[in-house]
Design a protein around this ligand. Structure first.
Ligand code: ACO
Length: 486
């Protein structure tokens, strides 16, 4: 807020005395659907509980004084003790809006999917610590968890896997689209376009009032077809024949088969590669209200179809400040190496405010201590390279760079630490993923998170996203005919 008026704003801290217990997801029902091309083995998706159930109003109120008048604003607290001042009625009552460039202090929603504490380096999906999920779970199990709120039992997991497997083929006509992209087209541009194109092959997806069962089918299709589309974009780039998905393989193995298999030869998935990819996908699966998830929610809030909302999320992820950083990191490390390996020179460039260079893979909007995903990936990096017998000189540069930066006051004082993208590219490289596909891998991992965020937004009946602004342009003036203009 800006202006001449006297204003104060304060809220007390502390967890409320009567803290709400965690709500359980309602029991799921069984009624399979069959309609021509589409078969779902069972309706796996049901309404999860409303996210607002977890937010509790505190007796404490925030007070804001504007032009001599005091407004009391509710204070709400989440299930992990996060606090917010609810300004929903502020403009209606006072005429003021709040201003927060980059939404650094603004909660766009309440959400029951992912909890993140940037100061403590904590990340939970539906309450489960990321460390446990990365070690013990599978990517599809985590996808189920994010979408439903609970881990699946054996039957639920089999049904979910069955549904995903069934939808992994893409329409033959869609495959022809790939032929018209330029040879060097970036796979993120292709992926975003292809995911949006899916909405034209499944026009029912454009109806925002369809029953939940039909929406489930869109969700299955998206999760199932994403690896197929990603692999085709890679094969297209190489000029190699596309591989049809193999339903006998797991989600991750099937992707590797479509990427690296050839119709002429047997392809055996290396379990080390499969495990590494499974872990990376889990680590990327959700990250609450980040740039791409917020984009998916925002686009979805206009009731645009899910394919289009996810396509917009892919575009948001592509940016080098977000998911595109994983490609930038490897390119940066290679540049440092090719430049003679003078790491201090590049650290100095990153610190120089007149130089646009930034240390990619460093810094995070939310993590101000460490990124728990980066810790897991750094360790996995050593494991995977060791098991595969790969020695990558850029890994040494990455480690030296991290060591130098973490001792440098510029990075320490700004709380800039390696993020998830810093070491992930080194693993992708070791398992044979080309650099320009790195962000596509991120998109595959983030997909269940985007869908869970969209689903929550729909189930909570959230209004269309539409921020306000403070206008700073020219005030009203009259039209000047061309002949009278200077
Ligand atoms: N290298 C050098 N300086 C940096 C870096 C960096 N990587 N990151 C932040 N800074 C500096 C900024 O210049 C700023 O300095 P100042 O206070 O002197 O002006 C200060 O640290 C704060 O940075 P902001 O850009 O204001 O922080 P913000 O929260 O807006 O940005 C971001 C976070 C975009 C991630 C930023 O740290 C960055 O650009 N990092 C590099 C790109 C990257 O790795 N992105 C991936 C993020 S993880 C993900 O999205 C999956």
């Amino acid at each position: 807020m800006t202006g001449r008026q006297d204003r104060t704003c304060g809220a007390s801290s502390g967890r409320p005395a009567s803290f709400p217990p965690r709500l359980r997801t309602p029991a799921r029902s069984d009624n399979g659907v069959r309609d021509g091309r589409d078969v779902t083995f069972a309706p796996v998706l049901t309404e999860t509980h409303s996210t607002t159930d977890h937010a509790q109003a505190m007796s404490e109120k925030a007070k804001i004084i504007l032009e001599g008048k005091t407004y009391e604003l509710p204070v709400i607290v989440g299930s992990e003790g996060e606090k917010a001042i609810d300004i929903s009625r502020l403009r209606e009552e006072s005429g003021y809006i709040t201003l927060d460039l980059g939404y650094k202090n603004t909660g766009a929603t309440t959400s029951a999917i992912t909890f993140l504490d940037g100061e403590e380096g904590i990340l939970h999906y539906r309450g489960y610590p990321i460390e446990q999920l990365a070690e013990k779970s599978t990517f599809l199990e985590v996808a189920y968890l994010l979408l439903h709120g609970d881990l699946p039992n054996k039957r639920q997991m089999e049904e979910f896997q069955g549904n995903i497997r069934y939808h992994s083929l893409v329409h033959e006509d869609l495959k022809r689209f790939f032929e018209f992209f330029p040879n060097n087209a970036h796979p993120m541009g292709i992926l975003s376009a292809m995911v949006n194109s899916l909405s034209t092959f499944y026009p029912k997806s454009q109806d925002p009032h369809r029953p939940m069962k039909d929406r489930e089918r869109t969700i299955f299709r998206l999760i199932a077809k994403m690896p197929t589309l990603a692999a085709i974009s890679y094969k297209n780039n190489l000029g190699h024949p596309y591989m049809y998905p193999s339903n006998k393989l797991s989600y991750v193995d099937n992707f590797l088969y479509m990427m690296f298999g050839l119709p002429t030869e047997e392809y055996h998935v290396d379990p080390v590669v499969s495990d590494a990819l499974n872990k990376l996908l889990i680590l990327h699966a959700d990250h609450e209200q980040n740039c791409s998830a917020s984009t998916v929610r925002m686009v979805g809030s206009s009731q645009a179809n899910l394919y289009s909302a996810v396509s917009a999320g892919i575009a948001a992820l592509w940016g080098p400040l977000h998911g595109g950083a994983n490609q930038e990191v490897i390119e940066m490390l290679e540049t440092i190496r090719n430049d003679g390996g003078d790491i201090q020179k590049w650290v100095n460039k990153a610190k120089d405010k007149n130089d646009p260079f930034r240390l990619f893979g460093f810094g995070h909007r939310v993590y101000k201590n460490f990124d728990p995903r980066a810790r897991i990936i750094k360790k996995a990096c050593d494991d995977v390279l060791g098991k595969l017998g790969v020695s990558d000189p850029v890994l040494d540069i990455a480690k030296q760079l991290e060591e130098i930066a973490l001792k440098d006051d510029y990075f320490v004082s700004r709380k800039l630490y390696p993020n998830v993208d810093f070491y992930s590219g080194i693993i992708y490289r070791a398992i044979g993923i080309p650099t320009r596909m790195f962000t596509v891998m991120f998109a595959m991992g983030r997909l269940p998170g985007w869908i869970a965020q969209w689903k929550e937004m729909v189930e909570n009946k959230e209004p269309i996203g539409r921020p306000r602004q403070i206008y700073t342009g020219i005030t009203k003036r009259d039209y000047v005919p061309m002949k009278d203009r200077p």
